[in-house]
Design a protein around this ligand. Structure first.
Ligand code: EPZ
Length: 419
């Protein structure tokens, strides 16, 4: 499947309506957190993507039964084997790091062959280990394996070493069954961290401060089973909004939570994109002219790093020079070299900052997806480009977007999936 490619014919205005799928970055920690109870857990609105399949594979490896129909997943963690999760499984999915917290709380031990996954930037796991040590875990140094034990996890007051999303999620999953109260400062507060907290509270956990950078967790003895609908994917929603705007179409995007994208709507207004927000939808309309802006990413509620590349594709069509500042990752501007092949003339100032000047008439070319969101960015550029664009490494895109080609084709795009 690594040879799969997209062939995109640009120039089609997108028209119609599409529904956003469930959030990948909420479903992944919630599936891991299902190991915190031996009662059945039913999850709905699970996205049908490769990362979910890999998570399911790891659950089976641990002897956990699951039943997934592409939307609803039932998880029965009656027993969870205390096995080292092998490198082959972990290297496919960086998010397998999310088993540290739950397995420590469930089995009092966890062994994980060092995570591989995304190539973007250096992704240390120190933030995870520091937080879990605060809660009483002992880190055993043995080579490539991340090995933690904890006879008993005890509540603690501590500050994360950085507002890391998955490190915060691991700390929360270890704290909900720890003895006593935990206070986590500098906690990440992204919509998927909030969704994990709401899921855990539906199992009987006691988490306060959801949505803030300070969480208070009262440890409980046991968590019970639950039925939970995973929140919709605001990163997919943002990507689809840009697809509509970059083609000058009129598109309704359904099943969104607008409160997840406040800064995104703000930046769209600054650029001059015309849109109308509903309760759980957004209508994107043709925009007369787009203007260059300054775009800086940071942790929630600032502009999400995962929408930086897609948004910059839109800025290639904006009049003037835009300034891009990716403050979180040092490998997330690579896609600009792909857009350069399509006619953009980026000025990359350093690994974090770049300037692009528009509007640029993009031409179809042969380009690659450097990572999940960079792949989305080249798809968006290809929709607006003249002629055909061939995009390779689209397995990155399939990891995080559920049937992106089919969704876009259903509103008038011309994307062919070549095997
Ligand atoms: C999560 O990864 C997401 N993955 C990533 O989504 C996302 O890009 C990332 O958060 C940032 O939002 C999942 O949720 C499964 P981090 P994670 O630890 O937890 C630096 C996608 O595209 N940083 O939050 O591994 C940090 O050092 C994937 O869906 C700061 O500098 O990311 C690291 O280099 C890819 N200061 C980077 O940001 C901070 O305060 C990401 O950190 C916090 C983080």
């Amino acid at each position: 499947m690594h040879t799969h490619r997209f062939l995109v014919t640009g120039g089609q205005k997108l028209e119609g309506q599409i529904r956003v799928s469930g959030s990948k970055n909420a479903a992944l920690p919630i599936i891991a957190a299902s190991l915190l109870t031996n009662e059945p857990v039913t999850l709905t609105n699970i996205p049908d993507i490769a990362d979910i399949a890999t998570m399911e594979h790891i659950l089976h490896f641990l002897g956990v039964e699951t039943d997934f129909d592409g939307k609803k997943m039932v998880i029965n963690a009656k027993a969870v084997a205390n096995l080292e999760i092998e490198h082959e499984l972990v290297s496919k999915l960086r998010a397998s790091i999310l088993f540290l917290g739950p397995l420590l709380a469930r089995n009092k031990e966890v062994r994980l062959a060092f995570p591989g996954g995304c190539v973007i930037g250096k992704r240390p796991i120190d933030a995870h280990l520091l937080a879990l040590k605060e809660l009483g875990a002992e880190v055993i140094e043995d080579g490539e394996v991340v090995h933690l034990i904890a006879d008993r996890l005890k509540g603690a007051k501590f500050t994360m070493s950085e507002a890391s999303v998955t490190a915060t999620e691991n700390a929360i999953m270890a704290a909900v069954l720890a003895e006593g109260e935990t206070v986590i400062r500098l906690a990440a507060s992204e919509p998927h961290v909030q969704d994990l907290c709401n899921f855990l509270n539906s199992m009987g956990a006691k988490i306060d401060g959801i949505g803030n950078h300070k969480l208070k967790i009262k440890g409980v003895k046991k968590l019970h089973g639950t039925k939970y609908r995973v929140t919709s994917d605001y990163l997919e929603a943002g990507t689809l909004v840009i697809a509509a705007a970059i083609t000058g179409g009129t598109v309704d995007i359904l099943d969104i939570d607008p409160s997840h994208l406040d800064i995104f709507w703000q930046k769209l207004r600054e650029v001059g994109v015309i849109f109308e927000l509903g309760e759980d939808m957004v209508r994107v309309l043709p925009s007369p002219e787009l203007r260059a802006i300054r775009l800086q990413t940071a942790v929630f509620p600032s502009f999400p790093t995962d929408l930086q590349a897609p948004f910059t594709a839109l800025l290639s069509q904006a009049k003037g020079t835009s300034f891009i500042f990716e403050t979180l990752f040092d490998g997330r501007l690579q896609y600009l070299y792909e857009l350069e092949k399509m006619g953009l003339d980026p000025k990359i100032l350093n690994p974090y900052q770049a300037e692009i000047t528009g509007p640029t008439k993009l031409q179809g070319a042969a380009v690659a997806s450097c990572d999940l969101r960079a792949g989305a960015a080249v798809v968006l550029a290809a929709l607006a480009a003249e002629g055909q664009t061939e995009i390779s490494n689209i397995y990155y895109i399939d990891r995080g977007y559920a049937h992106l080609d089919e969704k876009l084709n259903s509103i008038g795009a011309k994307i062919e999936r070549i095997k």
